[in-house]
Design a protein around this ligand. Structure first.
Ligand code: ACO
Length: 403
């Protein structure tokens, strides 16, 4: 018989599209993205308008349920989230086992995964549908868990949520309040956080969202699917880029601020292995609209807070040089959402290793909305094909005869 194990694929049975650069895996009604024109809309509303006028929870509601909430719907949603902000004390025991220098993204994905064990009613989609409850729990508890790592790194006790506060202020309270002194939420900081979270809330079929959908397509529960999404987000080519950007800008500063040298290194990325973090995007071949909003917000926030960060100057010089360089122009490499976000996070007092955690808090409603949509449209299990390039059939050789 003819062995067709690799012949079938060569004769056109399978489409090879590494990195799924041009493969649509789903129809979705959540986020519209036009990379050529630099347009981003959630459920039809422009990102510019949402960032200027909405709260993060309004946007979360919009993404998850499809429409902007009425006042009544909003109050109910917000209050329901408030009821779930406390995290089971036994989860703290797991947390306490992590080393003090554990990366907060590792802690976050582990504890979200642990939630599937704490809420076993999340398992199988049989019986009563508790999806709404899981959604509320995740939205409510993710900020609480996120702040634990920071508190531990400081040697400080964790803060319990303060439910009289709004979502962003509550996060700031859990991060920065100390039992020994009064902590006042700065409205400039809370508003900046609100905008950043909105800008990160969804971005259609990016790596982490596709991961959430792929894991969820096996009918794995919401917590496990989101935990997988957090892990995917952590990578430096995806959400981890915001940490890399600041570290890169710091390195340039420490190296005497020679921005041109780093642009040259990036132009030779193939030999140097160095890329400008925060530059380039799989879909945007024009300005990332989120980067435009963030750049302006960085200027505003730093001046309102009276922060003078030399790294912002380096970032601007880098952008200027790259945008006028044929290497970047020809490849349509523009600053992406991560280029300026770290500068704002820093000004808000958030440490570098928490930047990607901030991204995860922002992206959570998008992941939930995409997971829910996938379930509702009853999508089949995700299962890409491959082109086999290994050996054809061969005979087994007993160990004694192997060379
Ligand atoms: N610096 C220098 N060169 C770059 C950069 C960069 N940041 N990004 C892409 N290039 C070059 C590549 O070397 C390649 O050059 P070539 O045509 O000579 O081969 C060309 O541009 C195309 O790059 P690809 O890697 O093929 O593009 P892809 O769509 O696969 O990658 C990605 C997109 C991963 C975002 C890439 O631009 C990158 O690595 N950027 C830096 C990391 C980053 O900022 N990630 C955050 C993305 S946004 C987000 O996830 C929220």
């Amino acid at each position: 018989a003819i062995d067709i194990s690799n012949l079938r694929d060569q004769t056109g049975y399978v489409t090879l599209d590494k990195g799924y650069k041009n493969t649509g895996a789903t129809k979705s009604a959540i986020t519209f993205l036009d990379g050529e024109e630099g347009i981003l809309r959630y459920r039809g509303y422009s990102i510019e308008e949402l960032a200027a006028k909405a709260t993060f929870l309004e946007v979360a509601y919009l993404l998850i349920y499809g429409e902007l909430p009425t006042q009544e719907q909003y109050s109910k949603f917000e209050n329901s989230i408030r009821r779930h902000t406390i995290v089971n004390e036994d989860m703290r025991k797991i947390f306490e086992g992590f080393p003090v220098n554990a990366h907060p993204m590792g802690v976050l994905s582990s504890l979200v995964s642990a939630m599937s064990a704490f809420y076993p009613d999340s398992y199988d989609g049989k019986g009563e549908d508790k999806t709404e409850l899981h959604i509320l729990r995740l939205l409510a508890k993710l900020p609480t868990i996120a702040t634990w790592s920071y508190k531990k790194s400081q040697g400080h006790p964790v803060n319990y949520p303060k439910n009289s506060l709004d979502y962003c202020s509550n996060f700031l309270h859990m991060m920065f309040a100390l039992p020994v002194e009064d902590y006042k939420i700065d409205p400039v900081v809370a508003e900046a956080l609100n905008v950043l979270l909105i800008l990160h809330a969804d971005h259609e079929q990016n790596c982490s969202t596709s991961t959430v959908r792929l894991v969820g397509s096996s009918q794995a529960n919401l917590y496990s699917s989101i935990s997988a999404g957090i892990s995917a987000l952590w990578g430096p080519l995806h959400g981890g880029a915001n940490q890399e950007v600041i570290e890169m800008l710091e390195a340039i500063k420490a190296d005497g601020g020679d921005v041109a040298k780093y642009v040259d290194m990036a132009k030779n990325a193939k030999t140097t292995g160095f890329r400008l973090f925060g530059f380039g995007h799989r879909v945007y071949k024009n300005f990332d609209p989120r980067a435009k909003i963030i750049k302006k917000a960085a200027d505003d926030v730093l001046s309102k807070l009276g922060v003078n960060d030399p790294v912002l100057e380096i970032a601007k010089q880098l952008e200027e040089l790259a945008l006028n360089d044929p290497y970047f122009v020809q490849r349509k490499l523009y600053p992406n959402v991560d280029f300026y976000s770290g500068i704002i996070y820093r000004a808000l007092g958030i440490p570098t290793n928490m930047f990607t955690v901030m991204f995860a808090i922002g992206r959570l409603p998008g992941w939930i909305a995409q997971w829910k949509e996938m379930r509702e449209t009853k999508e089949p299990i995700g299962r890409p094909r491959q082109i086999y390039v290994g050996e054809t059939l061969r005979d087994f050789v007993p160990m004694a005869d192997r060379k």
